[in-house]
Design a protein around this ligand. Sequence first.
Ligand code: SF4
Ligand code: SF4
Length: 348
Amino acid sequence: MTKKAYKKGFNLIETYPVKFAKTIVFVKHNGPAVNYSFSFPDKKVEHIIVNLCPTEPWALPNRAILRNRTHDFLNKLETVREEYFPDSHCHVVVNHQESNLINELNQYKAGTDRIYPSTKEEYLHLHTMEPVYPYDAPVLIVKNILGLDIAFGQNTIEHSILLLDPQDVTGIFEHYIKKSEFNTRLIPISGTGLKDNKILKVKPGTPIKSMLELYVRTDIKYRVFLDGLLNGTEVKDLNQKINWSTKNIVVIEERDYKTPFHYIRTKELHFTTSLMGELRCCVYCNFCDDICPVNLEPALYWHCYDRGEKHKAHLYALEKCIECGLCSFTCPSKLELLQVIRECKLLK
Ligand code: SF4
Ligand code: SF4
């Protein structure tokens, strides 16, 4: 295993062990769907990273992708690599606790020589990782797996690295290689605003409203977020349609308070939210410093902002912030640190 580059972050999966119903449910949609397409990079790919170690509890679980057929998935990956990225090294990242999956991968690697004939060098590599948020963010996974520093927001392909979504492995294989129909994406939905956490099979182009209508609780007010609660976006209009890059949907109950110390382990996803705010003063607790995975001091950004000196935030390595949102998550004073950071970044 490659030496880990960052020590901080937070194990959200352990704190909020979200459970999804076993059955995957197909969502009917008769409106126009969006055909699958993959933007093949125009640069040479030297490394492919496939992440099978999600670090967010609301992310799609591996079992929905692999469906007890890990060998088939790896065969598809191998075919995609050979067909489109033949000179690349392929890195598969798995949770260090998933011993069955690690064994399956090792057996697959041992089954055939996954080596370049010319150099006898192995091209399929297995990496294990702790499922600590946000170790799978592009900046951190590239650093941890390949030891490379990239800037936040930079496309990894500029460094000849392709981060390949496991669902795209299947998509490229089915659509471009087998030429068969591939028109659905798996989208997990979860949160306190739902009756049950589900994995849905959806045609991109389907409105979010149609996906949630059977599952959302009708006795509460709720808010809907795309791609995670920590740094995703709130859905303002439920007629918005999902697309081929939508990762997940989280629905949380809207309350008139926020839960203090919500990073304490609970049996369910216990995020709360309040449009009414409840901001308090920074109490200099340093929790945000302690959790920041790239060793920044987020409270400094808040103080610059609070004094009306947003531009001064750039004095404290603001550009290194990977916008993971952990500082906002952990702040007991509910300061909207990520929002402030994004505002300060806009000044440059
Ligand atoms: S300062 Fe940036 S990188 Fe650090 S915890 Fe906050 S959002 Fe994450
Ligand atoms: S976590 Fe919040 S209250 Fe504590 S130092 Fe950071 S900004 Fe201040």
